[in-house]
Design a protein around this ligand. Structure first.
Ligand SMILES: Cc1cc2nc3c(=O)[nH]c(=O)nc-3n(C[C@H](O)[C@H](O)[C@H](O)COP(=O)(O)OP(=O)(O)OC[C@H]3O[C@@H](n4cnc5c(N)ncnc54)[C@H](O)[C@@H]3O)c2cc1C
Length: 402
């Protein structure tokens, strides 16, 4: 293994690949190290909020991602107990932002689009089936010890990006705690094909109920009926291995016997859920990004959203340092700003989203929580203001600030 890269990125998830792409586009030599033999395609992120799309466009992958996925605007809350349906849409942002729509596409498909583009750069290499198992650093650089099926080796670079997911080895090697909590419930994410378009259902529905609460969103438009994500919650004391046996019960309760009977289950994955953040996103020459830095329950789709915003700022700040245009103190700005955005904004919002969808038995509280969405359905100015929240999770360009 050669050792001539300026940056090593650990993890070929979407965050790591986008970090690598942004750096490669600035002429920086990058090696991505991934322990799996290829990209992962388990049911995880599918929604990329409107505010993240400008960054994908700057990296020149938005058109390709859109051609694989699709753009959409509609949302609905459905309250099981009362039958209330509240619809609203991103149309409220039209004329106010450049891209007033969300992108829907499986996380694996997004990663594939980014990887395809990344591999067109001569200054990039991706090492598959290669696991990082130790990290060391000194004044001038970092060293990572890696293991493949045949060998152990040490790779050196000037900087290291840990984008190796919620169980990050890089974070552990740095001795950084992952502060926060793990929820007592488990999420079960399924990919399904419904027998029809289910008249009246939005392409993203938040189904509000204590027992059968769910997030139901369309993943792709292709084929007769397309692929949908149906994610519900169960007690994590139940065995994860038998989640598939309990899934039909949930489906029947939400959609009725007839639809459930004719719905095809394509994939099912149980997940633990956390609200956690690393105590710091920088330690010397190592930066954390994406789930390696922070983990959230996925209600509202803020997990990878934060990873994308991390990648955009990391590309800018580390790029400036490597091209000799900024002092490395700018990396502290990256680390502090991204941590603050997660701890103060994304994590509390995701916890509130989960509470509303899955713990709604207090009718008075539920009414209070639904009131803004009722107003959004008929007051476009108010809706635009609320929908702007995702943009506030992005750290503005440091160049613009300085
Ligand atoms: C059910 C569900 C639905 C979700 N929906 C959404 C959504 O709609 N929108 C949204 O924004 N987010 C969503 N999320 C969150 C999103 O999936 C994560 O935030 C996202 O996967 C983070 O990407 P990442 O690249 O940071 O980490 P990961 O995707 O976890 O990638 C980390 C990579 O690092 C590799 N790796 C790990 N350790 C090592 C090692 N030691 N050496 C080498 N490689 C290593 C792993 O194999 C992996 O490929 C959802 C999550 C779940 C569970």
């Amino acid at each position: 293994m050669s050792e001539d890269q300026q940056v090593i990125v650990v993890g070929a998830g979407p965050t790591g690949l986008l970090c690598a792409l942004g750096l490669a586009q600035q002429g920086i030599s990058v090696t991505v190290i991934e322990k799996q033999p290829g990209l992962q395609d388990s049911p995880r992120a599918i929604v990329y909020h409107w505010a993240t799309l400008d960054g994908l466009a700057r990296l020149d992958v938005l058109d390709d991602a859109t051609s694989v996925g699709f753009l959409k605007q509609d949302y609905a809350y459905r309250v099981r107990r009362t039958g209330e349906v509240i619809g609203y849409g991103l149309q409220a942002l039209e004329g106010k932002v450049e891209r007033p729509y969300n992108l829907h596409l499986g996380q694996g498909a997004l990663a594939q689009v980014v990887l395809t583009r990344l591999l067109t750069y001569a200054n990039v290499r991706v090492l598959w089936s290669t696991e990082v198992n130790a990290v060391a650093q000194h004044e001038a650089g970092v060293e990572v010890r890696v293991r493949t099926a045949d060998e152990e080796a040490v790779l050196r670079a000037e900087w290291l990006v840990g984008a190796d997911g919620a169980r990050s080895r890089v974070r552990t090697e740095l001795g950084l705690a992952f502060e926060g909590m793990t929820w007592p419930e488990r999420f079960v994410a399924t990919n399904v094909r419904f027998p029809d378009e289910r008249e009246g259902w939005a392409q993203s529905t938040f189904y509000v109920d204590d027992t059968y609460g769910a997030i139901i969103a369309k993943i792709d438009d292709s084929g007769d009926h397309g692929l949908w994500r149906y994610t519900y919650m169960e007690d994590s004391a139940l065995p994860a291995e038998t989640a598939a046996e309990r899934y039909p019960h949930f489906l029947r309760a939400v959609f009725g016997e007839d639809v459930a009977e004719r719905t095809e289950l394509v994939a099912l994955s149980p997940y633990s859920m956390h609200q956690r953040s690393a105590t710091a996103y920088r330690a010397g020459r190592v930066l954390l990004a994406g789930d390696a830095a922070h983990a959230t329950n996925p209600t509202g789709g803020l997990g990878l959203t934060m990873g994308l915003f991390d990648a955009y700022l990391l590309n800018e700040s580390l790029g400036l340092v490597l091209r000799g245009r900024a002092d490395d103190a700018i990396l502290d700005v990256y680390a502090d700003a991204r941590r603050q955005a997660f701890v103060e904004k994304a994590s509390p919002r995701a916890a509130a989203n989960k509470q509303l969808l899955f713990h709604s038995s207090d009718q008075e509280l539920l009414d209070q929580q639904l009131e803004p969405f009722r107003r959004m359905s008929h007051d476009p100015e108010f809706a635009a203001e609320r929908l702007y929240f995702t943009k506030t999770l992005e750290t503005p360009s440091l160049l613009a600030a300085g």
